[in-house]
Design a protein around this ligand. Structure first.
Ligand code: GLU
Length: 456
């Protein structure tokens, strides 16, 4: 039986702690969460009925700085999941070297079943419930699965209203309340480049890995599982670097064009319009060259047979994307996609983990045995929280950085972290995942209290 992401995280940190010479005190602190908060969120639905949703915020550790991490809206959210994800944030912030700790939040809800008003009310009520435990120097949420800049705007706005009407018990009255949350729209204090940051950071991480190992990203084929904001920007950026994006998918299926999807942005647009990736292979530049009856059909659209053959493209299932004959697999969806059941069939030689915890322990062992290189989650997807830090910094200092400035800083930080992790892996002859934990633990050790207080 596979263990849960939280159990997995605990085992990983225990293994790495021995190699990083982590003190027993720090290790004990990291094996638990500093604080877990569970709230009820009553919402009046559009039909007048009342529903109560369950929300969570976990503050794992703040040795390096304020708790930091996203809020996800998903039906699978529970305390165990949020605890694991908060733990990963502590490690992620440490590995990418920013002064933040780890936190995470979520609401158990399928947001696609809510109206815009219900979603806003849910978010505002959740924020009111969290207002005493979040704050710019205390705990700073951000987007995650199924949350976006607009939702972050509501959080910032509601937080501002709440703290101005009541004196917070925890945290000080802030001069920069908008810094309570990152991933905001630009006009609400967001940063240039935050939307693209996680996907782009992932592509920089892969590029840095190839550079370090004298390999070339050009003409490598890629399959991206999960075509939300993260998968989309990773695909676009990898394509710009010369890789061929052969397949992309969402939870209901995807498309596969062995010669490479010509226009990633058009596929994303198609997905947004129709709600599905499947069928989105006859669009944009492809269809521009095709005859008029082959153009995008709004819902459930499919290419006709003639065009399908011309493009050699076809629909694939969400499982098939993981085992396609590609060089690089990018899991960018939820936890536990790569398991003992499919790891032997994965053909890719490189796995860029843009999702958090996409690989089970058994799958990890199989990949290690087979010599598959993994760019582990806490390194691969750290670009998101890194640019969140840039946003927070700009808010706190009243600055505005240009997009090119943000991308330059993102590139440099990711490259440094990748080099550090893979050199550690080589020196210590350990997996890249363990090495990432060793790097993170060393950084945490150097900020932790040297020894617990003792009476003489
Ligand atoms: N949700 C993202 C993550 O898992 C970003 C967190 C943040 O920006 O705080 O890394």
């Amino acid at each position: 039986m596979s263990n849960s992401p939280w159990e997995r995280a605990q085992k990983l940190v225990q293994n790495a702690a021995a190699l990083a010479e982590t003190s027993p005190h720090l290790l004990a602190a990291l094996l638990v969460s500093d604080r877990t908060v569970e709230v009820s969120i009553p919402v009046e639905m559009d039909d007048g009925s009342q529903r109560v949703f369950h929300g969570y915020r976990v503050q794992h550790n703040n040795i390096l700085g304020a708790y930091k991490g996203g809020i996800r809206y998903h039906e699978s959210v529970d305390m165990e999941e949020v605890k694991a994800l908060a733990f990963l944030m502590t490690m992620k912030c440490a590995v990418i070297n920013i002064p933040f700790g780890g936190g995470k939040g979520g609401v158990r809800v399928d947001p696609k079943k809510l109206s815009a008003r219900e979603l806003e009310e849910l978010t505002r009520e959740f924020t009111r419930k969290l207002s005493l435990v979040i704050g710019p120097t205390l705990d700073v949420p951000a987007p995650d699965v199924n949350t976006n800049p607009e939702i972050m705007r509501w959080i910032a706005d509601e937080y501002k209203k709440t703290v101005s009407s009541q004196k917070p018990i925890i945290g000080s009255a802030e001069q920069h309340p908008e810094a309570v949350v990152t991933g905001k729209p630009l006009d609400a204090g967001g940063s240039e480049g935050r939307t693209e940051a996680t996907g782009l950071g992932g592509s920089y991480a892969l590029q840095a890995f190839f550079k370090e190992h004298g390999e070339d990203i050009r003409d490598k084929t890629v399959a991206v599982q999960g075509f939300g904001n993260v998968g989309r920007w990773a695909a676009e950026s990898l394509q710009k670097m010369g890789a061929k994006i052969a397949a992309v998918s969402d939870s209901r299926g995807g498309i596969y064009i062995p010669d490479g999807i010509p226009d990633i942005a058009a596929v994303y647009k198609c997905k947004k319009a129709s709600g599905l990736v499947a069928g989105c292979y006859c669009i944009g530049s492809v269809c521009d060259q095709a005859s008029s009856e082959e153009v995008l059909r709004p819902a459930g659209r499919m290419c006709d047979i003639k065009n399908r053959e011309k493009m050699r493209g076809h629909n694939i299932t969400p499982e098939e994307i993981l085992t396609l004959p590609v060089d690089i697999l990018v899991p960018a969806a939820l936890e536990d996609s790569l398991t003992a059941g499919n790891a032997e069939k994965v053909q890719a030689k490189y796995i860029l983990e843009l999702a958090n915890s996409p690989t089970t322990e058994e799958a990890d062992a199989i990949f290690e045995k087979r010599g598959v290189t993994i760019i582990p989650d806490i390194l691969a997807n750290a670009g998101g929280v890194l640019v969140s830090y840039f946003e927070w910094y700009q808010n706190m200092h009243g600055e505005r950085w240009s997009k090119s400035d943000v991308f330059e800083k993102l590139h440099a930080s990711v490259e440094t972290a990748v080099t550090e992790v893979f050199r550690t892996a080589k020196d210590k002859r350990i997996s890249s995942r363990t090495a990432a934990y060793v790097v993170a633990l060393r950084r945490l050790s150097s900020s932790a209290n040297p020894a617990p207080f003792r009476h003489r």
